[in-house]
Design a protein around this ligand. Sequence first.
Ligand SMILES: NC(=O)c1ccc[n+]([C@@H]2O[C@H](COP(=O)([O-])OP(=O)(O)OC[C@H]3O[C@@H](n4cnc5c(N)ncnc54)[C@H](O)[C@@H]3O)[C@@H](O)[C@H]2O)c1
Length: 349
Amino acid sequence: MSDKVEVLWLSQNDVIAAGGLDMAAVVSTVEDVFRLHGNADYVLPTKISLEWQKPADLPPGEQKNHVNFMPGYVGGPFQTIGYKAIASFPRNPFQHNLPRASALIVLHDIEVGLPLAVMDGTLISTMRTGAVSGVGAKYLARKDVRRVGLIGAGVQSRTQLMALKVARPGISQAMVFDIRPERAAAFAAEMSRKLEMDIQVADSAEGVARRAEMLVTATTNISEPIIRQGWLAAGTYYAHVSAYECEYDVIRQADKILVDSWALVKARMYSTVALMWRDGRFADDDLYGELGEVVTGKKAGRETAAETIIFSPIGLALHDVAVAHRIYQTAKAKGLGQKVLLWDEPVWK
Ligand SMILES: NC(=O)c1ccc[n+]([C@@H]2O[C@H](COP(=O)([O-])OP(=O)(O)OC[C@H]3O[C@@H](n4cnc5c(N)ncnc54)[C@H](O)[C@@H]3O)[C@@H](O)[C@H]2O)c1
């Protein structure tokens, strides 16, 4: 038998050809993984965040550049191991005409450990993050919602809206606010065409939040909280996707607070609910639960139309690895990508 080992390289175009932009499929995979998470059929080490910039080197109130390393084992029908390495450079879109985030995902063979595939993780990561809020909406949003509010008009908000539309196809209207109005205008033009939806550019976050039946904050903001106490109408589903995006009292006044993994939210110490926990303003018992507990039926999701429910995911490698695994299987079946030589034979064994 030959000792030659090849690794499959999948570019972003290959990932797309293997279904990377199929939001309904990604939502379905992400939901499967939440079920495995709820049944403890996974291994998920804490993510490692590499940060090197000194606060003095940054414009006031801006996020540091960082690279996150996120490994995971996904059980059940997936039986896959791998990791995502994702760089976040928040000034990229404005200073370099590049996306904020760029990522690679590597999958390894679960029997012998050899690397199987290296692929663009940029698209998979943003699709799965949208899908996470979409699965949240399926269990936590009212069934009759029509109007979505989006704060931040970046890459994330695009996949958030795509996934909310999968979960609640009756959505007919969206409102978007960004501190950079040109980003909001470009977002509305692109996504109204893609999703055949009426999308209005708003001139304040307050105007969006007060009228939204489902609200998403997906911004690079870390200074002042954006969403203020009293803005959310009863019955809202609010997906809090990023860092310090709402006042503590918004969390305190919600009926239910859910996350994807409470251990990881606390370890990353990034989102509003984590900061509250650090400051002694939110106890472990104040958390209603993790979404996996709802997907497995261990806890109820939305119980009344009037409940205000906040879902604040930090992002799990399990979702990246599982979506990448499905993409890899499809790519192999379709003969996509390029095989790249790892070795003809290893130097030592
Ligand atoms: N929870 C997760 O799993 C997860 C996953 C991926 C990304 N994220 C987070 O989502 C955030 C957005 O990512 P992205 O790729 O869309 O970034 P992006 O740079 O493409 O877009 C961010 C947008 O937010 C806008 N913005 C910044 N501050 C604002 C404010 N105060 N009010 C309104 N708009 C504001 C910016 O102008 C920009 O258009 C990042 O902070 C990232 O860390 C979270």
